[in-house]
Design a binder for this molecule. Structure first.
Ligand code: UD1
Length: 431
């Protein structure tokens, strides 16, 4: 397995282009199952999860075509993918594929809405808590689906098609909202989603569905109304920038010092995060090209955070923020409210010298002046990148093992960091 070697201690200076958002690209690709026509997605990041989803969708009968480079393209422009599902050949999504990426479970919604049936394996994905799908299934039932769970598969049927209904989520769920949006777009009649997720990626999916002919109002707020239509058409849509990637590099420079331009990053996607970053002592400025983040001199101030659904502090940046706090001038409290088991990075950060105590869903981080490089193990996607950030600021060499987690969600990580002066390299497994 590949490893990443980092020799820390250098400030980051330069420009990092922000890729398209993984968490928007995945549901957008899945939406291609809703139409017989071509869905063209621009600014799709080059990630292992995207490639895996292409394989999963291929099983269902989705063809894909990738555009080559075009005149005037920026050197690292995202890819353009054309997805075509004229005929759905299989309504089953098997265990060996779905167990590798949780979001692929969401194919259940378009398959059911378009074909009246779907058989999808219960999901796997990052090991961060139990992550049930009860709310996704509740939403489908409210739209008239008959559900059965058999041998690890959800078997969903709606022989006469789905019908509109009222879905009131007892807890905010991004996946539940994506699923409900896709299913309701092709249901008979109108649907009301209450306590919907307000994440920008939900709005991005809704914007694309509207381009495909869906009738959706209120996406991006907690109440969404959908008037079902008989069929959807093709469309062209550009994936929004990745706020988690942008936030990750912003915390990195806040930790190492220096100044970076996060090209294409948009402050409206990172409301609480940027306030917190400023409180830690970093300078943040929106320009027409993107966000400039800098910390030149001055210590890192400790700040307490609580993870919350959008627009609150995202759980997907909790581990990275913890890395920053390990070098703060004092103690900070980090409360995780979204996933119950999302502190696996704590013991790995401790290997670099961090002082962190856990008390239930709170991590108490006692900042210290120096961290020291060590061998560490990546445990999940966001946790792994927190180790990379900490290693960039640590003295000496860190070897990050199991980097396939990083490849699932961070495009060209080493290259982007190298361009800003970091000493990072990938050690490839021979053969
Ligand atoms: C998505 C993101 C993930 C992010 C998370 C929260 C993608 C591909 N993944 O995951 O990166 O960390 O949102 O912002 O977009 N829950 C239930 N029952 C359900 C569904 C969810 O209890 O049926 C719970 C979960 O266990 C969790 C909370 O609801 O405690 C939020 O989960 P959810 O928003 O659904 O996360 P995902 O959509 O899986």
């Amino acid at each position: 397995m590949d490893r990443i070697r980092i020799v820390g201690g250098k400030p980051l200076n330069g420009t990092i282009p922000v890729s398209g958002a993984k968490n928007a690209a995945l549901p957008l690709m899945i939406a291609s199952l809703l139409t017989r026509e071509t869905l063209t997605l621009e600014n799709v990041p080059r990630l292992a999860d995207v490639n895996l989803l292409i394989r999963i969708l291929g099983n269902q009968g989705v063809d894909y075509r990738l555009d080559g480079k075009r005149v005037g393209d920026a050197p690292h422009a995202g890819q353009t993918i054309h997805l075509d599902a004229p005929t759905i050949v299989d309504t089953t999504a098997p265990y060996d594929l779905v167990s590798r990426m949780r979001a692929s479970f969401w194919v259940i919604a378009p398959l059911l809405a378009r074909m009246g049936e779907a058989k999808v394996s219960l999901p796997g994905g990052c090991a961060i808590g139990t992550r049930p799908v009860d709310l996704l299934l509740m939403a489908l039932e409210k739209l008239g689906a008959d559900l059965e769970i058999d041998s690890g598969y959800v078997i969903a049927k709606a022989k006469k098609g789905l019908r509109g209904g009222e879905i009131d989520f007892p807890k905010v769920t991004v996946g539940g909202t994506h699923t409900a949006l896709m299913a309701a777009s092709l249901a008979h009649g109108s649907t009301l989603i209450k306590n919907a997720a307000c994440e920008p990626e939900v709005r991005d999916l809704a914007d694309c569905l509207v381009k495909m002919g869906a009738r959706i109002k209120g996406a991006g707020t907690s109440t969404i109304e959908i008037e079902g239509v008989a069929s959807l058409s093709g469309a062209r849509h550009a994936v929004l920038p990745d706020r988690i990637e942008a936030g990750t590099y912003a915390f990195a420079v806040a930790m190492t010092g220096g100044e970076i331009l996060l090209e294409g990053a948009d402050e409206s996607l990172l409301p609480v995060v940027l306030d917190v970053l400023r409180e830690t002592g970093a300078r943040v400025e929106q320009t027409s090209r993107g966000l400039i983040v800098a910390r030149n001199g001055g210590g890192i101030k400790p700040v307490d955070i609580i993870t919350e659904p959008f627009p609150g502090f995202p759980t997907d940046l909790q581990a990275q923020f913890m890395a920053l706090m390990t070098r703060a001038e004092g103690t900070s409290h980090i409360t995780e409210t979204i996933f119950e088991n999302r502190f696996m990075h704590v013991q790995e950060l401790a290997r670099l010298g961090a002082r962190i105590r856990l008390a239930g869903d709170v991590a108490i981080v006692e900042g210290r002046e120096k961290l020291k490089g060590a061998p560490v193990m990546a445990t999940d996607l966001r946790a792994s990148v927190s180790l990379v950030i900490a290693a960039l600021a640590a003295e000496g060499e860190t070897l990050v093992h199991r980097v396939y987690h990083l490849d699932r969600g961070f495009e060209r990580l080493e290259e982007k960091l190298q361009a800003c002066g970091a000493q990072v390299e990938r050690l490839r497994e021979p053969g």
